[in-house]
Design a protein around this ligand. Structure first.
Ligand SMILES: *[C@@H]1O[C@H](CO)[C@@H](O)[C@H](O)[C@H]1NC(C)=O
Length: 288
């Protein structure tokens, strides 16, 4: 994984050391664990960015990718672990006819996206470990221990919400490891990846590193402490350049990228939207 910075080797070493130190802070706390109000006295409780998911940051952006070949299947990528076609299949299967989300498929789709993050390089791979942890939390709940009835309740998003509300597992004031809160946190991170992919499709000139950072500022930064925001920004410096991205999504050229994203983005967007809207119906978008 190359770090494309115009600085000397010594500088890079220092930078890498700095990143490594800061990553210790990100660690398992990558996904929003800390609300800004909870910051300690040592770290400024502020967000340097007023972020809004309005996509207005790309005045020079080209045409949206979703108009291109969205009906064509994504080719298989024989020599790679990550397959965007699997993301599409799982997320498509996750949405039921009566507008519910099948959690097993949602988590499987996420697992494939974790491979995408790992392919982007060890720095994002490091971050993805926490996503994997969150996926594990919901899977554990679904196994339900000796309690079969509660395990079954984790089949869909709506049944999980009903059961956790009925049993008082969701807490609106204190942080808990409820399934609802865990899915909320995962879904916020899904928005980050969705925005990142959308920007990669629209903007071929700017570096993926910059686009990744911009997506982060729009989707996740406001849920993170000041320190974690700085650490994340350092980590994004190591996101590889566009040719490497093409390789990861198995596209030979820009038309290939448009085809892959034209199929992936609607599938991701649909399951993200449905999950967010369902949580919103129960006022769960701001669980601590
Ligand atoms: C998701 O919801 C947003 C509005 O919040 C909408 O603009 C977008 O088209 C929706 N995406 C999909 C794939 O349904």
């Amino acid at each position: 994984m190359a770090c494309h910075l115009a600085i000397g080797w010594r500088g890079r070493q220092l930078l890498a050391l700095g990143i490594a130190a800061l990553l210790l802070f990100i660690g398992s706390a990558w996904l929003p664990e800390t609300r800004l109000q909870d910051c300690s006295a040592f770290w400024p409780c502020m967000s340097l960015y007023n972020t809004a998911v309005d996509g207005s940051l790309n005045p020079e952006a080209g045409s949206p990718v979703s108009s291109v070949g969205s009906s064509q299947p994504i080719p298989q990528c024989p020599d790679q672990r990550f397959q965007m076609s699997r993301v599409v299949r799982e997320f498509t299967d996750a949405v039921t006819e009566d507008q519910d989300v099948l959690l097993e498929h949602y988590l499987s789709g996420w697992e494939e996206l974790v491979k995408f993050m790992e392919a982007l390089g060890s720095v994002l791979g490091f971050i993805s470990q926490d996503v994997t942890g969150k996926i594990g939390v919901v899977r554990e709940l679904a196994l339900g221990g000796s309690d079969r009835a509660s395990g079954d309740a984790y089949r869909t998003l709506r049944s999980m919400i009903r059961m956790e509300l009925a049993r008082g597992i969701v807490n609106f004031r204190v942080k808990t490891a409820s399934g609802c809160r865990t899915v909320l946190v995962l879904n916020r991170a899904l928005k980050w990846l969705e925005l990142f992919l959308e920007k990669l499709g629209r903007d071929k000139r700017r570096s993926p590193s910059e686009l990744c950072r911009e997506a982060y500022l729009q989707a996740l930064a406001r849920h993170h402490s000041w320190l974690m925001q700085r650490a994340a920004e350092l980590a994004f410096l190591a996101v590889p350049e566009r040719p490497e991205f093409l390789h990861i999504v198995c596209a030979r050229d820009e038309r290939g990228v448009a085809r892959v994203l034209g199929s992936a983005l609607p599938a991701i967007g649909r399951v993200y939207n449905l999950t967010r809207d369902t949580l919103a119906e129960h006022n769960m978008l701001n669980l601590p």
